[in-house]
Design a protein around this ligand. Structure first.
Ligand SMILES: NC(=O)c1ccc[n+]([C@@H]2O[C@H](COP(=O)([O-])OP(=O)(O)OC[C@H]3O[C@@H](n4cnc5c(N)ncnc54)[C@H](OP(=O)(O)O)[C@@H]3O)[C@@H](O)[C@H]2O)c1
Length: 245
């Protein structure tokens, strides 16, 4: 198993990489922080990974994504799974007034992730097998005042990955969008993270890792979020607009 992780230093990606390491996979970790990538590589080798490569790259940079992806695949010696795990929450309040900040949230979470997804889809289609796994969010299910710019990017990403899964339906590869609910990671630091609805990154990683093998185009993580979001989506506007969620 050869796995490329884009945004490897994300807490959810770190936990997912450990599951791959345990089964002896070879990994290529891509991220911006060379020190953290090197430390992570050493840790994954101790945990059983056959080989761990690193690549330092700003994944939202306007570069030739196809060429970079080919380089990553050559570095690893092939690819079976690609996990796209990076993202930023951004400052919703500031971004409502500062369009440069809004564009950054959209670029990181949608434009760039869409480009990596499309480039990966072409590679997997050519080789006739493999999995594209992308981390979306329940925030994409309904626009809320707290995070609708981030949510809009994740909603767009969902449609894109769902479309890739449809494109793959009668072919060998798989595409899966994982939709976590609130998760205890650096992204949510400073929030009130008490309560039963908060998940650990280990929990989300277990679902991500399982779905990479099993497929199914959309996976809520944990699964109960499917039902919560069904209720949220179907609430009439007159009720929804009075709620502070
Ligand atoms: N935590 C939650 O509640 C939650 C809920 C739903 C979905 N998600 C999604 O889950 C995924 C993983 O997030 P997380 O919760 O694990 O948060 P995290 O630990 O804060 O990870 C975010 C990662 O994204 C990386 N990143 C951001 N911009 C990048 C760029 N331009 N190039 C390369 N790497 C970049 C960061 O790297 P640096 O260290 O270099 O900044 C960091 O490693 C994200 O897509 C997030 O939107 C999270």
């Amino acid at each position: 198993m050869r796995v490329i992780i884009l945004g490897a230093t994300s807490a959810i990606a770190v936990c997912t990489a450990r599951l791959y390491a345990k089964e002896g996979a070879s990994l290529l970790l891509v991220g911006r922080d060379e020190n953290r990538l090197s430390q992570m590589a050493a840790d994954l080798k101790v945990r059983g990974a056959e080989r761990v490569e690193i690549a330092v790259h700003d994944l939202a940079a306007e570069t030739d994504v196809g060429a970079h992806l080919s380089g990553f695949i050559t570095q690893l010696g092939g690819v079976d799974h690609v996990l796209i795990a990076y993202g930023i929450l951004g400052d919703q309040h500031a971004a409502e007034r500062d369009l440069v900040a809004a564009a950054e949230i959209l670029k990181v979470n949608f434009n760039s992730a869409a480009a990596w997804s499309l480039a990966t889809a072409s590679v997997l289609e050519r080789q006739g097998r493999g999995s594209l796994v992308v981390i979306g969010s329940v925030a994409g299910d309904r626009g809320r005042r707290a995070n609708f710019i981030y949510g809009a990017a994740k909603a767009g990403l969902e449609t894109l990955v769902e479309g890739i899964a449809h494109r793959f339906a009668d072919k060998g590869p798989r595409a899966v969008l994982i939709k976590p609910g609130p998760t205890i990671t650096p992204m949510t630091e400073g929030m009130n993270r008490k309560g039963l609805l908060w998940a650990t990154p280990e929990k989300i990683a277990a679902i991500t890792h399982a779905r990479a093998y099993r497929g199914g185009s959309i996976a809520y993580a944990p699964g109960f979020w499917r039902y919560i979001m069904l209720i949220i989506r179907t609430l009439p506007g007159v009720i929804f607009n009075r709620m502070d969620i």
